[in-house]
Ligand binder design. Sequence first.
Ligand SMILES: [Zn+2]
Length: 277
Amino acid sequence: MPLTPTAEVVAAESAAGAATGAFNVIQLEHAQAIVAGAEQAGRPVILQISENCVRYHGGLEPICAATLAVARAATVPVAVHADHVTSEELAREAVELGVGSVMFDASALPYEENVATTAEITRWCHERGVWVEAELGEVGGKDGVHAPGVRTDPAEAAEFVSATGVDALAVAVGSSHAMTTRDAKLDFDLITRLHEAVPVPLVLHGSSGVPDADLTRAVRAGMRKINIATHLNAVFTDIVRARLAENPKLVDTRKYLGPARDAVAAEVARLLGVLSG
Ligand SMILES: [Zn+2]
C-alpha cells in the first residue's frame, strides 16, 4: 500500500466518516516523520509540498522525488499532493513528476477568472488521472494580508464546483494560515451548510490554529481533508531549540533533527486520531 492516488485515500477515509490528515513537507525529515506517524496510527496520510516550499528549495524536483520515495516505501497508503500552486507551469511539472493531486489556487483572482483558470487546469489534470483541489473565499493568513473574517458562500461554492469540475474544495470558515496559537473560532453551522451544498470533499486550511476538539467537530460537520503545517513546525523547532540549548557544543545535525523528527511522528499519530471523527 505505498504511493496511493489522493482520490482513493480521501474516498476511503470519507466513507469511514473521517478526514484525511494532510501535512506539509519542507525538509526530508518532515516526510519521514509524517509517514512514521501514519504508520504508528495505522492510517493513510497525505504529504503536501507547497509552492512556498518549492521556492525555498529553488525547484520542485529534489524535494518531490524524495517525498515520492518516502511514500513508496510506506506500509500505509500515502498520497503526495502539490499545495497552493498558483503557477500553471508548476502544476504541470508536479503532475509529470508523479504527484496524485494538485491544489490549484487561483483564489486571489476575480471569481470569473478563478473559474476559467481552474477549469482549464482541472481538465488537463483529469486527462492524467490527477485529483484537483481549488479554493474559494480565500482562506486568510497568507502574508498577513487576509483577515480570518472571510467566509465561503454555500451557493457560490456549489456553482464553482460545477463550473470547474474540481474534486475537492478548500473553504473559508474561520481558520487562518500560519497561526501559532490554537484558538481559531470555526463557523460549524457554515461547515454543515457547505457540506450539504457542495458535492465534493471540503478541505480545511489553516488548521494549525484550531484546537483538537474543534478539529474533531469540523470533521463531524463534514470536513474531509485537514491541512496542518505550522503546528508541526512548532513541534519540530521546539525540540531542536531545546537540544541545542542543552548542549551548545553539539555539531552533529542528526543529534537534534532526529529527535525532532520523532516528536513530529508522535504528533502526527495523535492528530490522525483527532481527525478520525
Ligand atoms: Zn492552505
